[in-house]
Ligand binder design. Structure first.
Ligand code: PLP
Length: 407
């Protein structure tokens, strides 16, 4: 016990001395474009609730009704108790949404990656992974006996080198990438990845956590964004926790893949399924995303994205390589990024500071995410606060320094 306590004390000391220690903020109500957090009303630029569906009346009503009809919990894992009819209906709907034969829902996007990677990768396989892939992909790979290769971020020459080195050496080869990279907001070139994979006989997986409901026709994701035919891509992982606004993950692909996961995926076999309220709420959210209302929300999301990013850039902030509603404001120094985030909050904007190990050392940032719910007034007010606080924290220059006009 003493040794453990010493270890914990040391860990916390390191966090504090490097300036990255934080405590969790407390949300005191629903989250929208604005939210009440730690007793303060702030403009919310920290949520993945891209379309505002977390609080959509039809989504909430579906959850309430399902709880009344089916109860609060699911009782056991699906391989033992069976599967709710509404769960099957949702999976059918998700497969249609993605244009695949089948889909299977998991407790989270995190477990969906574990499920699919663990079901298909065995000893003698090679998994080729983008260096910036999400932690849940990295962990999912670690739990398998496949050989790993990592390629430089979105670098198709490097991917091709890895594939060509692997030729004839493995039972099968799988390429995995995030669709939208969650810390930089850039998009994986899945059109090019699909070509390379076809050329070298590799299978493809994209994790569309930040792309589902955001990119492509009706928010169908990265494969749709690049206008690839759905047969041109093997497997899509998605989350139901971000734009879909509720909780969960899914894997969309062939019927055979679904059946193998039903028998092999450990999160499926050893962890209880979502409660009915979650299933029904997700179902209602997918209906909304696929409707005219959803299309309008996605349009609004992109208008807000462009407005806000242009605003940050014209103030002199470094927004990196973002192409999506995720816009990082790169600060560099870890402690300065945390202080910047803290001061933004004190001045009315919730935008989280992100440091190592979530992003590389020296690339600390404040990450912003706009949603369809922000009004132009919200975003203009946020930009004004970014300008004021950015100057105060030395993230952008004071006007007299920035100006080339002599005084
Ligand atoms: C957020 C995220 C996940 C995890 O999804 P949850 O549903 O929150 O577990 C997985 N992959 C990527 C790329 C993500 O951004």
């Amino acid at each position: 016990m003493k040794l453990l306590d010493r270890y914990l004390t040391d860990q916390l000391d390191v966090l504090r001395t490097t300036g990255v220690y934080r405590r969790l903020r407390v949300l005191q109500g629903p989250q929208g474009g604005r939210a009440r957090v730690d007793g303060r009303d702030v403009i919310n630029l920290s949520s993945n609730n891209y379309l505002g569906l977390a609080t959509h009346p039809r989504v909430v009503a579906a959850a309430e009704q399902a709880a009344r009809l089916y109860g609060a919990g699911s009782g056991a894992v699906r391989s033992i108790i069976g599967t709710f009819d509404i769960q099957e209906q949702l999976e059918y709907k998700l497969a249609k949404f993605k244009g695949t034969e089948a889909a299977l829902v998991f407790q989270s996007g995190f477990t969906a990656n574990q499920a699919v990677l663990g079901s298909i990768l065995v000893e003698g396989d090679l998994i080729v992974s983008d260096v910036l892939n999400h932690a849940s992909i990295i962990d999912g790979i670690r739990l398998t006996k496949a050989t790993r290769a990592v390629y430089a971020h979105n670098d198709m020459d490097d991917l091709e080198r890895a594939l060509s080195r692997a030729k004839g050496k493995y039972r099968k080869v799988v390429v995995v990438t995030d669709g939208v990279f969650s810390m930089d907001g850039d998009i994986a070139p899945v059109d090019r990845i699909a070509e390379l994979a076809a050329e070298y006989g590799a299978a493809t997986i994209v994790d569309d956590a930040h792309a589902t409901g955001v990119l492509g026709v009706n928010g169908r994701g990265t494969v749709s964004h690049f206008k690839l035919p759905s047969e041109g891509w093997d497997i899509t992982v998605g989350t139901l926790s971000k734009a879909v606004g509720v909780m969960g993950g899914f894997v969309a692909g062939s019927q055979k893949l679904r059946e193998v996961m039903e028998h092999r995926a450990r999160p499926f076999l050893f962890s209880t399924a979502h409660p009915p309220a979650v299933t029904a709420a997700v179902d209602a959210a997918i209906d909304i995303i696929s409707s005219r209302e959803g299309a309008a929300l996605i349009d609004r999301l992109w208008e807000n994205t462009h407005y806000f990013r242009r605003g940050l850039q014209s103030l002199g902030f470094d927004t990196g390589v973002s192409e999506t509603p995720i816009t990082p404001v790169i600060v560099g120094d870890e402690a300065r990024a945390m202080r910047f985030s803290e001061e933004l909050f004190e001045n009315g904007v919730l935008a989280t500071g992100i440091t190592y190990p979530t992003v590389p050392r020296g690339k600390a940032r404040v990450r912003t995410i706009v949603t369809a719910e922000h009004t132009e007034q919200d975003l203009q007010e946020a930009l004004d606060i970014f300008q004021r606080v950015g100057r105060m924290c030395g993230v952008i220059l004071e006007p007299e320094l920035a100006s080339s006009v002599p005084a």
